[in-house]
Design a binder for this molecule. Structure first.
Ligand SMILES: [Zn+2]
Length: 190
C-alpha cells in the first residue's frame, strides 16, 4: 500500500463508525501492515511533516484499529504500536488548543482543543488487553485517532471557530486560512 490508498475528505466513510474487531486474525494483521506501509509512504512524500498515526478507516477498512508511531521525532524510525478496539476510559488534565493535521484532510491544519491526559484501553496485535496513560502530544494523537474510529474528523471539532484553520506554506510554516473562502464554502470538507 502507498499514500494513494489513504482516503481523504469528502469520502463519506470518514464520517462512519468503524466496527469492533472480534478476533485478531490474519486478515486484521494484514490490515495493520497495510496501514503501516501507507503511513510510511505518505511520510516519505512530505518534507516538513511526520506521519505519526493512522486509523484503519483511512485506508477504507472500517475496523477499530489504530497505529501510532513509536518515535515522533525521527523519520528514520518507522516502527509503530498497534491499538485494536482502543477506547478512552478517562479524560484528565486540562483542555488545551494545539495544531493538528490529518492524512485524510489535505493540507489543512487546525487549532483543536484536546485533553492533556487520557487513559486508554486496547488490545494488542497478539490479542491481549493492555492499558496506557498518555500525556501531551501523545494524548492528543490518541484522541484524534480514536475519533476516527467513531467517524469524527478533527475539523468537526472546530467548525465554529473561524480562527482555528491553517495551511502549511511552501516553507513549512503555518499560515491562517480565510475562513469564508477557504474553509466554510469548501464543499470538500463538510
Ligand atoms: Zn487523522
Amino acid at each position: 500500500m502507498t499514500k494513494d490508498d489513504i482516503i481523504t475528505l469528502p469520502k463519506p466513510q470518514l464520517r462512519e463508525k468503524s466496527q469492533r474487531v472480534g478476533f485478531v486474525d490474519d486478515e486484521i494483521k494484514k490490515i495493520v501492515e497495510k496501514m503501516k506501509s501507507a503511513t510510511i509512504s505518505w511520510d516519505h512524500s512530505r518534507k516538513y511533516e511526520v506521519g505519526v498515526a493512522l486509523a484503519a478507516v483511512q485506508i477504507d477498512k472500517l475496523y477499530k484499529i489504530v497505529i501510532i508511531r513509536n518515535n515522533f521525532d525521527d523519520k528514520n524510525d518507522t516502527s509503530f504500536t498497534t491499538f485494536i478496539n482502543p477506547k478512552i476510559t478517562k479524560f484528565e488534565g486540562t483542555v488545551e488548543e494545539d495544531y493538528e493535521g490529518c492524512l485524510s484532510v489535505k493540507d489543512i491544519y487546525g487549532l483543536v482543543p484536546r485533553h492533556t491526559k487520557v487513559r486508554v484501553k486496547a488490545t494488542n496485535i497478539d490479542g491481549e488487553e493492555f492499558r496506557v496513560t498518555a500525556e501531551g502530544f501523545l494524548a492528543r494523537v490518541f484522541q484524534h485517532e480514536i475519533d476516527h474510529t467513531n467517524g469524527i474528523v478533527f475539523i468537526d471539532h472546530i467548525k465554529n471557530n473561524p480562527k482555528a484553520f491553517f495551511k502549511l506554506d511552501d516553507n513549512g510554516e503555518l499560515e491562517q486560512l480565510d475562513f469564508k473562502k477557504d474553509v466554510e464554502q469548501n464543499s470538500i470538507l463538510w
